[in-house]
Write a protein that binds this ligand. Sequence first.
Ligand SMILES: [Ca+2]
Ligand SMILES: [Ca+2]
Ligand SMILES: [Ca+2]
Length: 334
Amino acid sequence: MKLRKSKYKILLLIAFLVFSFFTRLSGQPVPGKDENIPFLVTFGKDGLTSWGDADFFQIFFFSIPKDYTKPFYIRVFDPDCGGENDEIQGEFNTKTKFSVYGGRGVDPEKNEESRGLLKGENYKTGNLLASKIFGNEAKYDNKYYSFGPFNPAEGDFNVKWNSNMFKILCEGISGDDGNLYRYFLSSDPDNNIPIEGANAFTYAYHFRMWNDFKSVSHIYPYVDTGVVYIKQRNFDWDNDGSILVVSRYKQGISVPVSNEDNWSESNIPIEPPEVGSSLDFQFHKRQGVLVKNNNVVMTLQNQRGDAVKFFSSPIGGVPMYQPKMVVEKVKPKK
Ligand SMILES: [Ca+2]
Ligand SMILES: [Ca+2]
Ligand SMILES: [Ca+2]
């Protein structure tokens, strides 16, 4: 019996190690594995905001642990705007510029402008390491283009995370079509090889929903110490079903949703058991008539007006609702 128990323990340990290995590695694709989001989206600047992009640019940050010192690459899937995956308006005439930044000024915790939430073009902070403009080019259609190699030491070092920070900016510099794309942070220029302990995040997530009733998309903002409530803002949701917030404390509360070309916002109270964990924003599509090609923007900030990060790999894993916590809460005080 004793032997069986220890065998069981070893099996559990192996399962845990395998699980944590894959959980840690899932930070490399953007959108992340758990998010179930098909694409990021950026329209050409002559597009209409009613197509779902509020500002025609998108910023993502990558954090690379200090102990990783080898070259790395930022791979962009389908960087062109044409052919497969992209959203045509009339004819494909859109040019999209991707730019990679490192060095001082990139870290959004030290430099608020870097987050890209303030008016103007002041988010182009740091040293420009590489950039390339893509049009309607079959060469890059449905394929990866790799930026790099980059030296991790060229990043902006964040002491708290013990990581080097980089950012990639995508701008729709002309035209009116929607460029759909994805990122992968890789140690290899030709393959998607994750870097252990790395992660990605943004402050304003511009993404495409699936053209499928059943697919639920997710984003996972992290609730840091001191957060009392979170203000959510969603843009151009096209009244496409419901947005639910689930956590280890919340079974699922629905938030006000936007319709066409407007923002909808609300405050979500944060309870002590939720601090130090991720929230699960779930995007459930409306049933009946399919809302097609729905592009959405989400931003979150805390009660102090500080932006809340979404991590491609949820910190602490995907939060699961724990009913026991509610029972503890409603217990009358003695
Ligand atoms: Ca394409
Ligand atoms: Ca594309
Ligand atoms: Ca939309």
